[in-house]
Design a binder for this molecule. Sequence first.
Ligand SMILES: [Zn+2]
Ligand SMILES: [Zn+2]
Ligand SMILES: [Zn+2]
Length: 162
Amino acid sequence: MADQAGASSSHLKIILEEEDDYDLIYGAESGWVEARTQCDHLASLSSDLAHIPTPNTPCNRCQHPSENWLCLCCKDVLCSRFVNKHMLEHYKQTTHCIALSYSDLSVWCFACDTYLDAQVIRQLRPVHETAYILKFGEAPPHRSEECPQIEDKQAKDMPSGS
Ligand SMILES: [Zn+2]
Ligand SMILES: [Zn+2]
Ligand SMILES: [Zn+2]
């Protein structure tokens, strides 16, 4: 009597999507330039980086007034590749390859053709800090490698309700 209803067998097909977004994870497209934490040319750094010219020192060649580079090998101050390329020229003539930007205090290695992380590389940290103090008048904020001392600066003279 009862007809056997047409067996409806619905097989759920599980579609395994292949995940091929490795590029999204590893690609460096967002304009973020990674600074290296090591460089083979640190031996050429000047041995006296405790005393460096001030950030507003003009280019030693063309007197360009600002945003120059400091050669960390001989402490010459030279303009950028966007001005008269004197730092680049200096590198080609002397092979002094490590320079610190007085515009944003980044450190560039011409030989590695990359930025160097001056807060991680031990040899660069002191000069970065010195330059930072010269530029901003205070020490750079330290990365949390040690517990920061929380200074008790709670407002002590909060006006109590009268
Ligand atoms: Zn110049
Ligand atoms: Zn130099
Ligand atoms: Zn290098």
